[in-house]
Design a protein around this ligand. Structure first.
Ligand SMILES: Cc1ncc(COP(=O)(O)O)c(C=O)c1O
Length: 402
């Protein structure tokens, strides 16, 4: 019997794989969708500044395009950008040869590549939460199971229970996914915590993927140019992959450019994975990346000073509202705070957008550990922050009166 003779059965519904269907959908999008039709929404829900990328970076991309820099590049990035990143990372964290650096299509692609390098079906991955969902969901796409260890919230804000994390990092665990400074909480891991985790993971052969895309957005120590990094402690050729991005320190979210620092011995295999994912980051975008790392230091320092001022401004304004518990963390660009009604944070955020024109991200978007909180991105004009606080104050007044 040929295939053509097979009886027709009921049409098969074209579903994606179970692991993909089980992925969490973005609750921030759900809130944004609830705001369709609301004319005037102040959007503090996404992790992005309201400022455009600095002119000198845009000029570098425009010049590259004008030169005709429109071709494929090496999988791991153009040599001048890898060299520039080598100088940049070495200045911040100690000797980091270009051979340990790969250019990626932004931080999220670096996270996917890092997971693809070391995680397979059935592997056990541990992640510290609340957390930007991608770090938890990416290993699941590859068939891994992810166990979460929750940060605790107390008088000093968010903190890690180190013993709980070490206990969760059992022998046989393949990978720890950790993000500091953290989105959404702003929590910053201390150097001592990093050392303890590194020692433990070395002992048990556990990989670490450290998401350090917010390392420059650090307010803990005014003399420090970055938050504590695993790169300060580890050698370049052990089981550590550090993920970074041009999105946050140089406001290049839409450009999709990032990098990772990884053991040299991984690079040939990483090149294959880049080939099958994206082949390379766009050539003219990589040229813009060179301008960012080589000329961007004064810009980044001003940006961090502005963000620190915005953080303080917003935290002071919010803490004056009744029922709001807010603490200014040492990193990233978010306040993750509790307020009346936030026990159902998704419902609250939908109501805020519909009734008050205020766009915040629900804490539950960052895992069940985030429930009870909302996230406010303060990377914007302080006048807009004030407008947002007024809207929140009036919403809380109306609901307290009901
Ligand atoms: C913790 C964290 N990691 C990685 C990223 C990825 O950023 P991008 O893909 O724009 O580099 C983000 C973006 O918001 C983030 O919050």
């Amino acid at each position: 019997m040929s295939d053509l003779d097979l009886p027709l059965s009921a049409p098969v519904i074209p579903n994606a794989r179970d692991a993909v269907r089980a992925l969490r959908a973005s609750q921030i999008r759900e809130v944004a969708n609830a705001g369709f039709g609301v004319a005037d929404v102040l959007p503090f829900w996404f992790g992005e500044s309201d400022r455009v990328t600095p002119q000198f970076i845009r000029d570098a991309a425009a010049a590259a395009l004008a030169r005709g820099d429109t071709f494929y590049t090496h999988n791991l990035g153009i040599a001048p950008l890898r060299d520039a990143l080598s100088r940049y990372v070495s200045a911040l964290h100690g000797d980091t040869p270009a051979a340990n650096i790969a250019v990626t299509s932004a931080g999220v692609n670096a996270l996917m590549l890092a997971a693809q390098l070391v995680v397979g079906a059935g592997d056990r991955v541990v992640a510290v939460t609340p957390l930007w969902p991608n770090l938890v969901e990416i290993p699941k796409i590859l068939g891994a199971s992810v166990e979460t260890v929750a940060l605790g919230y107390g008088a000093n804000g968010w903190a890690l229970d180190l013993d709980r994390l070490l206990a969760a990092l059992t022998p046989g665990t393949k990978l720890l996914m950790i993000n500091s400074p953290n989105n959404p909480t702003g929590w910053v891991m201390t150097r001592a915590e990093q050392q303890a985790v590194l020692d433990h993971c070395r002992r048990h052969g556990i990989w670490i993927v450290a998401d350090e895309v917010y390392e420059r957005l650090y307010y803990g120590d005014t003399d420090a140019r970055t938050a504590p990094s695993f790169l300060d402690l580890a050698s370049r050729d052990e089981r550590l992959i550090c993920v970074n991005s041009f999105s946050k320190a140089w406001l290049m979210t839409g450009w999709r450019l990032g990098w990772m620092v990884a053991p040299r011995d991984l690079m040939d295999d990483l090149g294959k994975l880049v080939e099958y994912n994206t082949s390379c980051a766009p050539a003219f975008v990589q040229q813009a990346g060179i301008a960012a790392v080589e000329q961007g230091e004064p810009y980044t320092r001003r940006l961090v000073a502005d963000l620190r001022a915005s953080r303080d401004h917003l935290a002071a304004a919010l803490s004056a509202l009744p029922g709001v518990d807010v603490k200014a963390p040492h990193g990233a660009m978010y306040l993750f705070f509790s307020l009346p009604g936030a026990q159902k944070s998704l419902d609250l955020c939908k109501a805020l957008v519909r009734e008050a024109g205020l766009g915040l991200a629900p804490g539950s978007a960052f895992g069940p550990e985030g429930e009870g909180f909302v996230r406010w991105c303060y990377a914007c004009d302080p006048a807009r922050l004030d407008q947002g606080v007024e809207r929140l104050a009036s919403y809380l007044r109306q609901h307290a009166a009901r």
